[in-house]
Design a protein around this ligand. Structure first.
Ligand code: ZN
Length: 132
């Protein structure tokens, strides 16, 4: 499918935001003293963002828009609605399947949403609970 210039502009801005969120989450993880993790592990279903192999724990960092979070930040753009609606629905369905598959392989999964990174204390607590 061909991307209109406007559409790829939206994609770029959303992607770069998501990367910033990942960096923030990794910073918190390091500040909690966890240093042994791998990023974007291709050999696992869904290429998880942050993987703790020994502990069998996985953290996904999801952009609210791309992954269809129900928080307001996940609202669809005003134009090309059918396109986005279909794309985001596919992403959501895939995310669910990925987590089901990983959990069936005994991985513990945690999803961090972009919007949650505004509350750094709450996020730090969640990560600390999950990783301990
Ligand atoms: Zn959200």
């Amino acid at each position: 499918m061909k991307c209109s210039p406007q559409r790829s502009h939206i994609m770029r801005s959303v992607k770069s935001k998501n990367t910033g969120v990942e960096i923030l989450v990794r910073g918190i993880i390091r500040s909690l003293g966890f240093r042994h993790y791998r990023l974007n592990v291709k050999t696992l279903t869904g290429k998880p963002d942050i993987v703790f192999r020994k502990a069998k724990k996985i953290i996904f960092v999801h952009g609210c828009f791309w992954h269809g979070h129900d928080c307001g930040k996940g609202n669809l753009p005003k134009s090309n609605i059918p396109f986005w609606d279909e794309k985001i629905s596919r992403n959501k369905a895939r995310d669910l399947k990925v987590i089901e598959k990983l959990e069936s392989e005994e991985w513990q999964c945690l999803t961090i949403w972009q919007c949650e990174t505004k509350e750094t204390d709450a996020l730090t607590n969640r990560l600390s609970e999950f990783l301990k």
